[in-house]
Design a protein around this ligand. Structure first.
Ligand code: OAD
Ligand code: ZN
Length: 255
């Protein structure tokens, strides 16, 4: 794992480190990515399912797809990549993970400071009112034709994720942008760097002086501008980076 002098120097001195993660960090846990060689989109067409029109046309079908994905997620565990980030968090005064993932695996691993840009697949929310809940709180009595209904207003409940054509939660994207602007090191891990506005975060970071690091076995549109690229799988490279961090820094006691 050749690590540049520049990165080692930053790892030694940085106050604020930001990680932006995508589906690739969960690949080793057995959660399919969207794009890429084993991507979901080779088998399905999520853009046809993950949007409001498709949902209104056939909510039962869209729910069936999400239940299938929930079941995968309920049966997987965080991998060495997620755990390495939990360890790294203890060595920097500010350490934040901004994720496009809806799979809850950073949370299960124990990362504390997480910004979810695309929501969380384990949540339900109403298409009409502000009602939101954990999927476990939606009970059998609320279902009509396999589709759950809002206990407050009777409208359809939908998965608590961001769909094509929808805005990201305003507070999450604003937080992501301000974290990116403050980062001294910005890691882009396991994302195809194609989907906006998440794809712009590393540019904000670099524009504000961050050192950019990419971890992805495949090249992305970001690859040509990063300061260091690890063309490896996240679960392989992150534990090595965490070990390096342990060597060059002292643990922050109040973490
Ligand atoms: P993608 O599926 O677009 O990209 C996954 C990336 O992970 C690819 O670039 C792979 O090369 C890389 N990869 C695969 N295995 C890896 C591993 N073991 N370690 C590191 N990298 C690996 O996933 P995202 O970029 O997260 O949004 O997709 C962004 C958004 O597209 C998703 O959040 C989803 C979709 O539209 C919504 O649903 C709103
Ligand atoms: Zn409602």
């Amino acid at each position: 794992m050749p690590v540049s002098e520049k990165l080692i120097k930053r790892l030694k001195a940085a106050f604020h480190v930001v990680v932006a993660s995508g589906a690739g960090i969960s690949a080793a846990s057995g959660v399919p990515t969207f794009r890429g060689k084993d991507g979901l989109w080779n088998k399905f067409k999520p853009q046809d399912l993950a949007n409001m029109n498709a949902f209104l046309e056939d909510p039962a079908l869209v729910w069936e797809w999400y239940r299938w994905r929930r079941n995968i997620i309920k049966n997987v565990k965080p991998n060495a990549g997620h755990y390495a980030l939990v360890e790294m968090e203890q060595y920097f005064p500010e350490f934040s993970v901004i994720t496009q993932n809806v799979d809850n695996l950073h949370q299960s691993a124990g990362t504390k400071n997480i910004t979810e840009l695309h929501g969380n697949i384990m949540r339900d929310k109403c298409i009409n009112c502000t009602y939101e809940c954990d999927e476990t709180e939606t009970n059998a009595a609320q279902f009509e034709n396999n589709v759950p209904r809002c206990p407050q207003c009777g409208s359809l409940l939908r998965p608590g994720v961001v769909w094509f054509g929808e805005m990201l939660p305003q507070t999450a994207i604003a937080r992501g942008q301000s974290l990116a602007a403050e980062a001294e090191i910005f890691f882009s891990i396991g994302t195809s760097s194609l989907v906006e506005p998440a794809a712009s975060l590393p540019y904000i970071a670099k524009g504000n002086g961050a050192l950019l690091v990419e971890i992805n076995p495949e090249e992305t549109p970001l690859s040509s501008i990063v300061d260091q690229r690890f063309a490896s799988e996240a679960d392989e490279i992150l534990p090595k980076l965490a070990m390096l961090v342990r060597k060059v820094r002292k643990r922050i006691e109040n973490h």
